[in-house]
Design a protein around this ligand. Structure first.
Ligand code: GLV
Ligand code: MN
Ligand code: MN
Length: 478
């Protein structure tokens, strides 16, 4: 393993910082006592965890690729499997009013503040098998090791694993339905959001025998006083760990995000008869808007000349961290010989600086309206989702850094590197849970930094490292 400088401009969100703090010597002592890979529970933390990830990766609503959206039939089947695995690890399980699956062990002191460990069980369309699932499976595996050693009851605080029902927001275009409800920040209006077929969040829950009402949603909020903190382990979804050759990292913070839906309406007509000069073509307008977005997000300084509350820090932060994507576009009536009447597209916009992100949304909206006026088409911009950037808790991060160091040390013997610290450009349930309690995250290396793709891959030994790190973290609660 080699440490090396990563050029900041190379990876927008991978501004990793190597923490200079000295790692506690007690971890070296543990490593010497237990240092051989044989003693590291590879059958549970690696072999079984990898087998479970593969099994879960086959639970899909689609044939030939992985797709599991909020409360879909495959999500329900995935929940049944995960529940069995939670119970196999000695956890008491239940499903809540938003379809989140919980597995809890009380430890020695039922009234102590609980440690929550979670990630999501939904996926994007044509997904990889590790995004979300790795965090759930690793947590269950680490607890299963404690159970098999007869130590589960020795935890000094309750530990609860939560498999959240929705983080990707694919079905309802509103992320964190599950974790936001637990944190008490999901508005009751979320129950009335509909998917493309007109089915609402409430309908889909009712259809799965979950009686959700506005009251039961409000009651889902955990009492902050009952929670000690939240930990999430997730694949990096970027290339830095592979680049520097280290399996684990601590997450310093998570970029804020905004999702928009832009609807452009023009004049539907015959492709052969309407002269170019007389068209009000929403498709051509949408194309111009998308190129505008690309330019703004590549060169924010050029567009934000009058940037309200922005200062130099904001502009610099936007220059290195702003990323924008149009991932979905649909047209009506969508035929080759018809000038469309309507085009709708999504915008996903992320930045570390919340003031800067707000300024970009404002500028983008102004420019969109100007272009639509010039082209005599109408534009509607709907703000579908907002999540502010989150900074992970320092104390929790230091503990996770120690746990990651211990894991790598236990697996590889003497190491001289420090555990890298990364920013996350991807969103995580930790963002929603940060409204409830302090959060900390670990990242796990993935091949080529690829995610949201069937090419997503994590080495079996890195799954193992993840499990050992969580186990070591749990042991610090004994
Ligand atoms: C979740 O994967 C996101 O960042 O979109
Ligand atoms: Mn994802
Ligand atoms: Mn994820």
């Amino acid at each position: 393993m080699a440490t090396a400088e990563v050029p900041h401009s190379y990876f927008p969100f991978s501004l990793f910082l190597l923490l200079s703090s000295t790692l506690p010597s007690s971890y070296s002592a543990t490593a010497e006592k237990e240092g051989t890979p044989r003693s590291l529970h590879s059958e549970i933390l690696r072999d079984e965890a990898v087998a479970r990830l593969n099994e879960l990766g086959k639970v899909s609503d689609a044939v030939g690729y992985l797709e599991r959206t909020f409360m879909s039939p495959a999500s329900v089947r995935a929940g049944i499997l995960i529940r069995e695995w939670m119970e196999d690890a000695g956890l008491r399980t239940w499903v809540d009013s938003m379809g989140n699956l919980h597995g809890r062990v009380e430890g020695m002191n039922t009234s102590a503040q609980a440690l929550l460990i979670g990630s999501h069980m939904d996926t994007v369309v044509d997904a990889g098998i590790f995004d979300g699932s790795l965090g759930i499976i690793s947590a269950i595996s680490a607890l299963k090791v404690l159970e098999s050693n007869g130590k589960l009851g020795e935890l000094k605080r309750p530990v609860e694993v939560i498999a959240f029902s929705d983080e990707e927001g694919v079905r309802f275009q509103s992320t964190f339905l599950g974790s936001a409800a637990v944190a008490g920040v999901l508005p009751v209006t979320a129950l009335n959001i509909s998917d493309k077929s007109g089915v609402t969040v409430q309908d889909v829950l009712m259809g799965n025998a979950i009686e959700i009402t506005e009251e039961s949603l409000l009651e889902m909020k955990y009492d902050p006083a009952s929670v000690w903190g939240y930990v999430e382990l997730h694949i990096e979804q970027g290339p830095v760990l592979e680049w520097i050759g280290f399996p684990l990292a601590v997450v310093k913070g998570i970029a804020g995000q905004t999702r928009l839906k832009v609807t452009v309406r023009g004049s539907q007509g015959h492709a052969g008869t309407v002269p170019m000069s007389m068209r009000r073509d929403p498709m051509a307008a949408a194309a111009e808007l998308i190129v505008l977005l690309e330019g703004l997000c590549k060169r924010p300084r050029e567009f934000l000349l009058d940037c309200g509350n922005c200062n130099e820090y904001t502009l610099e932060s936007l220059s290195t961290s702003l990323v924008c994507t149009v991932g979905e576009i649909s047209t009506w009536p969508s035929a080759s010989n018809v000038i469309p009447g309507q085009v709708t597209f999504t915008v996903d916009l992320r930045a570390i600086d919340d003031v800067g992100r707000e300024a970009v949304v404002y500028e983008l909206s102004n420019q969109i309206y100007k272009i639509c006026d010039r082209r005599s088409v109408s534009c509607i911009i709907e703000r579908k989702h907002d999540a502010n950037a989150v900074i992970c808790d320092q104390e929790l991060s230091t503990r996770l850094q120690s746990a990651a160091y211990t894991a790598v040390h236990r697996m590889m013997g003497e190491i001289h590197e420090e555990v890298p610290v990364l920013m996350s450009g991807a969103g995580h349930d930790a963002m929603a849970i940060s409204h409830l309690t302090k959060v900390g995250m670990l990242f796990v290396r993935c091949r080529g930094g690829i995610s949201h793709s069937p090419e997503e891959h994590v080495l079996d030994d890195d799954v193992w490292a993840a499990g050992i790190a969580l186990l070591s973290f749990l042991e610090s609660h004994m």
